[in-house]
Design a protein. Structure first.
Length: 93
């Protein structure tokens, strides 16, 4: 988790990185992946502008969900940065 945190804070800044205070179940089958490979789940904030208090915004799995599409580029950059850094530190060294 520290590995991903270091990359995230460099990419989006310490101010925009929010650690989860306690573990919670996101996808129960992901634990099988983590038994074979180190990893973590990182959540990407996609709430549209003007909805800071989570008031009346549909959740991510709702058919009424509206998202801030600008966040998609950050998610792509995060995946690429994590993969690149992992390869650089573990496979290319």
């Amino acid at each position: 988790m520290d590995f991903a945190r270091r990359i995230a804070t460099k990419l989006v800044s310490e101010h925009n990185y929010i650690p989860m205070p306690a573990p919670f179940m996101v996808a129960e089958d992901f634990s099988y992946v983590l038994q074979r490979m180190p990893g973590c789940i990182m959540l990407l904030g996609v709430m549209p502008e003007g909805h800071g208090d989570h008031d009346h915004v549909a959740s991510c799995h709702s058919n009424r969900m509206i998202l801030n599409e600008d966040a998609i580029a950050i998610g792509i950059a995060m995946h690429a940065a994590v993969a690149y850094r992992f390869m650089a530190e573990n496979l290319l060294a």
